[in-house]
Design a protein around this ligand. Structure first.
Ligand code: DSN
Length: 417
């Protein structure tokens, strides 16, 4: 029986969410709109089966089509990133990272990662995450000196210094709020000098790497983890990739039976669809446009007086420091006003943050979802104008209402498919 007849209450909630997505501009840098084909695979009969184990080595009968779809997902993913081995079973990016840590480390082992306040992720050694509680992160940072032209860029001197002092067995790179290109080759040179494993978490930029709009982590990184639902535009999930056969065996064991049970085979089917989409030429065009749109957003907002982390962007996101425009405006209030007008964004800490992570002085904005809806640079200029109007509104109802009307006009021009 169709959902609408069997459970109209849930059907209505889903219908309302569809309308919300249609009527708002999604600018959370880690979100996107998956295709109908991805959602169809995810909502299919593939949800009905247990398939613990790996293709050809399952614990339950009846897995032939699950083997087929998982092998296809692996093959497409390896082709996409030019690597030899992949595990497509992690339920999320955090699960992928946990499995890699479970495979590589003993409790207490050291690894180098960026300071969380400089754009890292909870799973990269935060004190409240297992990676910070059971392991020993030693941290590098971004260039702090604002008189330098590379202010806000990765500080490779601090990476080298942390390797020299602590000799961790792993260097992690890849970030949640870093607007610049990551030089994986340079990281590898440092890793080689200290005989360390180089691990990139490309959750945010995976789609840009796949589409050629960002340097590919292969062949430079020994291990690469990612989510599949951000710039890669697939279903929510995680992946692990490597060129090293021994490491790949260790990661497979760490995913199952190490840290997960039955894989989400309907999600793996949807991952296969998304990887297939990302292999098409249109995806190259998409990822290049994501970056062009983010660059235009950055230049428009800079031109209106906003301070941006690292003064701009090379990828899909920008980080605005609100303090020079309005010293009293917190990231929390800014995100609230933006939501009121129909622009969905998140508050974020900024370099030299003076407020708590629950208030922040910044807002993070991304262009992956708007680009999926078809917005080009000139449309992004209009969006930047609306953002400016909202952030300078002081919360006045008439100004927010006018900004809201402008958002609705943009939404109507770009229907969600
Ligand atoms: N929550 C994701 C983000 O927004 O960057 C990272 O996991």
């Amino acid at each position: 029986m169709k959902l609408e007849s069997s459970d109209p209450v849930v059907a209505q909630i889903i219908a309302k969410e569809r309308v919300r997505q249609q009527n708002t501009l999604e600018m959370i840098a880690s979100e996107n709109h998956a295709s109908e084909a991805v959602m169809e695979a995810q909502g299919s009969v593939m949800t009905n089966k247990y398939a613990e184990g790996y293709p050809g080595r399952r614990y339950y009968s009846g897995c032939e089509h699950y083997d087929e779809v998982e092998n296809l997902a692996i093959k497409r993913l390896c082709e996409l990133f030019g690597c030899k081995y992949a595990n497509v079973q992690p339920h999320s990016g955090a699960n992928a990272n946990f499995a890699v840590q479970f495979a590589l480390f003993n409790p207490g082992d050291k690894f180098a990662a960026i300071e969380l306040s400089n754009g890292g992720h909870l799973t990269h050694g935060s004190a409240v995450n297992v990676s910070g509680k059971w392991l020993t992160p030693v941290t590098y940072r971004l260039v702090q000196d604002e008189s330098r032209s590379d202010w806000g860029y990765l500080d490779f001197d601090s990476v080298e210094a942390v390797m020299k002092e602590h000799r961790p067995k792993v260097i992690m790179c890849g970030y949640s709020a870093y607007p610049r290109e990551i030089d994986f080759k340079k990281f590898r040179e440092i890793a080689d000098r200290y005989n360390a494993i180089l691990w990139a978490d490309i959750a945010h930029i995976a789609g840009l790497c796949a589409g050629g709009a960002h340097m590919n982590p292969f062949p430079h990184c020994h291990v690469v983890t990612s989510t599949t639902h951000k710039t890669l535009r697939g279903p929510r999930g995680g992946i692990i990739m490597t060129d090293d056969e021994e490491l790949s065996k260790a990661f497979n064991k760490a995913v199952f039976p190490g840290s997960q049970g039955g894989p989400l085979m309907h999600v793996i089917a949807a991952k296969a669809v998304a990887f297939g989409e990302a292999l098409r030429p249109e995806f190259k065009t998409y990822s290049a446009q994501v970056v062009r749109n983010a660059k235009r957003l950055a230049s428009e907002l800079s031109g209106k007086g906003y301070k941006l982390a690292s003064r701009g962007t090379d990828n899909h996101l920008i980080l605005i420091d609100l303090r020079p425009v309005d010293a009293d405006l917190t990231g929390k209030t800014a995100a609230l006003w933006l939501e009121q007008v129909g622009i969905i964004a998140n508050m974020n800490t900024v370099p030299n943050e003076s407020r708590s992570p629950m208030q922040t002085s910044g807002v993070r904005l991304g262009t992956p979802a708007l680009t999926t809806r078809g917005l080009l640079e000139s449309d992004i200029a209009e969006v930047a104008g609306i953002i400016d109007m909202t952030l300078r509104s002081k919360g006045e109802a008439t100004k927010l209402a006018e900004a809201g009307q402008r958002v609705r006009a943009v939404c109507e021009r770009f229907p969600m498919h």
